[in-house]
Design a protein around this ligand. Sequence first.
Ligand code: C2O
Length: 337
Amino acid sequence: LPIQAPDLSECQTSGTSSGNNCCPPYSATIIDYKFTPTGKLRVRRPAHKVDEAYLAKYKKAVELMRALPADDPRSFIQQANVHCAYCDGAYDQVGFPGLELQVHESWLFFPFHRLYLHFHERILGKLIGDDSFALPFWNWDAPDGMILPRIYTDSNSSLYDPLRNPAHQPPELVDMDLDDGDAPTRQKQIERNLSLMYRQMVSNAKTTPLFMGLPYRAGGNLKPGAGSMENSPHSSIHIWVGDPSQPDGEDMGTFYAAGRDPIFYAHHANVDRMWQVWKKLSPRNVDFTDRDWLDTSFLFYDEDARLVRVKVRDCLEPEMLGFTYQEVDIPWIKKRA
Ligand code: C2O
């Protein structure tokens, strides 16, 4: 059976491993979410290529989100707490008291984060009155995108987060494999990243569970197994961004705090893009058809602060949610190594 959306009335305010209260505001009214894309698709673009006009809108939207009252489910801190609640022990599985609900290290990884970004993006757009607003994606799989995107580094901007690794500011290159030590040259680091991309998207991703993660059903133990992309570069980049002098690599390096860094959403937009890219690489690369996956549901607050229940089956293609990714080069595709 599918895992059911959590019961917000049972959210554990001090039950998280981090000790944080990341429970959302309570609402007893739940709407089944039926999204019908209307108008133009929101086009997500590479973060290192956005123009000034876009950047001004994006900064304004995050500024307004940060300015919302802390108990508004659309506020920046509540948005970060959505991630905390779904991955730090705040919820038990409905029908299985004491059994933690966790959206990482299983087949829920891609759909949960796609839906989370969908609502986050729509809230940002609503705040600036722009229904075509789209998040940027951190294009770390291409050489030009392999640094922390500069739009996040201005300490006077709403996109800034002080809790990051000071040694990993531009022009430091992303290291997607934290175990292999420093590359001797920039060119070598780029080559290593590209071949890691090839491994995680192709060699280690020949079946759906290998790429997307292992089945996780009602009553099942958390973290049955992550897919290739989740392990790296997804997790390695989280750790690479976070501040190693903080107790848990905050913000990006730890589940409860990762969503407090605006870069989280651009990082996850690229992870989400990889789900789409993978499906286009080979006819073998298809979504699960298992109903337990398709019927898994989550709760989110939408841009009108309504609590909605949404199912995995409703997020299988970006277009179903009204967005798309700008086509960019896939430089790792020939990097078999
Ligand atoms: Cu929910 Cu990148 O982690």
